[in-house]
Design a binder for this molecule. Structure first.
Ligand code: ADP
Ligand code: MG
Length: 537
């Protein structure tokens, strides 16, 4: 019998088809979610990540765990990239995203086993998503007073850092975000404009926001002044080196005179550049590349303090706070390019000279992150990043939802009531979707040592019994009570919840769409940290 072309093409591959493909993919998702679910919420536990070389990171951050894990299974990779996308877009909700995908997939698998076709489930999930997103908007509200934005920011990092440090970082994040408000530059603005500087000495609570740019640099010539009460600044996005004599090039050095002439011209050019800066009233010069050594004295004599080898990103921040232009060629600088700074000072942090330059324009700040050990500083930096990201995004859209599982319990109730309005088997998928949402309160309860079944029943009952705004009743895992989340100060920003749910459904549906998995040569490994799901099927 002649083999078909198709079969020959697949000779070297392992193939999982239909149901087995789905079972295998769901298993990978469940294993991956199992690795991060214990970190969810303020009472979640930490993970210690040990790298090949033995260095360890301790973290409570879902996306950090996932991005460090060595995972090969394509479905597991899809979950990780969905979680990373959530991190980039919303800075929060990364663990929630992963456990939602896993739960949506498990519930879908149940339905497939009872005879519902995956395409019906995908359709039902889409319908449920649209309804859930609408309902989320209805439940959400803008802050009622000045305490609620800080509470929302603090909630978003409550799992990552202890509450005293969390409060401090929340204040810093709001201060830094405030400096950026009114600026147009998209979501990544806070990454570009807020410089993070990790400093060895001092405790975490000594971390601070500086309304200027601080860098571990000192001035080029110690003879120039170390401090200043302000003046005019020029920024050169290039170098101020003298041209080099390249002996391999075709300049023919005929005599010592010619060589002397060459150097003389180079000095003249440098002097002309310094004179130009001086005539424009510049007393502070910051250059991206090098500055020729023999220019140092010329500059100092002209009353100009010079700094060199600044990263481009830092130059951009400096340009912003001083209102100066970044000029490529120092010879072409004009009066319009010059900016103003309000002060400059040098000081040492843990034995390293740092220079701080403040400007009148705002729009960029430096956060000095302190902590006693490298891992403490990194954990604080990660938490600060999230807090800043959330604070910055809340300034564009401040609508908030109740945290503590309240939103998910409400949505589950709402969707169960909504399901019968849909014709056909999609109803079943909408119910499966509703049940999947309960993974969030369930996991929060589990991680706090509470009984998940009782908690969900009690929460649903409390929401139903409430005469007004039942949707806002959730569980405060710090106090253990079923209370109004706005009174407990547990808020989830709408954009975080919105993005997490849409991302989760998109990922789950793209797994459900797979009917055939072809693996070249060997099986990709299912992550083996946990294999709760026994091989059924
Ligand atoms: P993620 O990576 O998904 O943001 P977190 O570990 O930050 O995961 O946990 C976020 C969840 O914890 C949200 O559902 C939030 O409502 C909940 N949460 C935060 N603080 C509390 C609290 N005091 N009580 C109950 N739930 C809380
Ligand atoms: Mg969070």
């Amino acid at each position: 019998m002649v083999e078909s072309e198709h079969d020959v093409a697949l000779e070297d591959t392992d193939r999982l088809h239909g149901r087995s493909a789905l079972v295998n993919n769901v298993k990978a998702a469940v294993a991956l979610a199992g690795a991060v679910r214990s970190t969810l919420g303020p009472r979640g536990l930490d993970k210690m990540l040990v790298e090949d070389g033995g260095s360890a990171t301790i973290t409570n951050d879902g996306v950090t765990v996932l991005e460090t894990a060595k995972v090969e299974h394509p479905t597991a990779r899809l979950l990780i990239s969905t979680s990373s996308a959530q991190d980039r877009a919303a800075r929060d909700g990364t663990t929630t995203t992963v456990i939602l995908i896993s739960e949506l997939l498990q519930n879908a698998l149940e339905l497939v086993r009872s005879g519902v076709h995956p395409s019906i489930i995908m359709n039902g999930y889409q319908i449920a998503l649209a309804e859930a997103l609408d309902e989320m908007e209805r439940v959400s509200r803008v802050p009622a007073d000045d305490s609620e934005i800080p509470a929302a920011v603090a909630t978003s990092i409550s799992g990552k850092i202890d509450s005293v440090v969390g409060k401090h970082l929340t204040r810093l994040a709001l201060e830094a975000a405030g400096a950026l408000s009114g600026e147009d530059g998209g979501k990544d603005l806070e990454r570009l404009r807020v410089k993070r500087l990790l400093i060895k000495d001092g405790g975490v609570l000594d971390s601070e926001v500086v309304h200027g740019l601080v860098l571990p640099k000192s001035r080029m010539d110690m003879a120039s002044s170390a401090n200043s009460d302000g003046g005019r600044i020029a920024i050169i996005d290039g170098g101020m080196e003298s041209p080099k004599l390249d002996f391999e090039a075709s300049i023919e050095v005929i005599s010592a005179d010619a060589l002397r002439g060459f150097h003389e011209r180079a000095r003249k050019r440098m002097r002309a550049q310094v004179d130009l800066l001086s005539s424009l009233g510049v007393d502070l010069l910051v250059v991206r590349d090098g500055i020729a050594e023999d220019a140092a004295t010329l500059l100092t004599n002209a009353g100009i303090t010079a700094y060199r080898r600044y990263e481009r990103e830092d130059l951009e921040r400096l340009a912003r706070i001083t209102g100066s232009a970044m000029v490529r060629d120092a010879r072409r600088i004009t009066d319009e390019d010059i900016g103003t700074y309000s002060s400059r000072s040098e000081r040492s942090y843990s034995g390293v000279k740092h220079t701080r330059i403040d400007g009148p324009e705002g729009g960029a700040v430096t956060v000095l992150i302190r902590g006693s050990s490298p891992s403490a500083r990194e954990e604080v930096e990660r938490a600060f990043d999230d807090a800043l990201g959330v604070a910055h995004r809340l300034s564009a859209d401040s609508r908030m939802l109740p945290g503590g599982g309240a939103t998910q319990i409400h949505l589950a109730r709402h969707l169960r009531a909504f399901a019968p309005s849909q014709a056909g088997r999609e109803q079943l998928a909408i119910e499966a979707f509703a049940a999947a949402l309960e993974i969030v309160p369930r996991t929060l309860a589990e991680n706090s040592g509470l009984d998940p079944i009782d908690e969900i029943l009690e929460l649903s009952a409390a929401q139903t019994a409430s005469t007004e705004n039942g949707a806002w009743i959730g569980m405060d895992v710090m106090s253990g009570g079923k209370v109004r989340m706005d009174e407990a100060g547990v808020f989830d920003p709408l954009f975080v919840a919105h993005h997490a749910l849409s991302g989760a459904v998109e990922a789950a549906n793209s797994v459900l769409k797979i009917d055939d998995v072809l693996w070249a040569k060997q099986d990709a490994q299912t992550p083996d940290w946990q294999s709760e799901m026994e091989d059924q099927d």
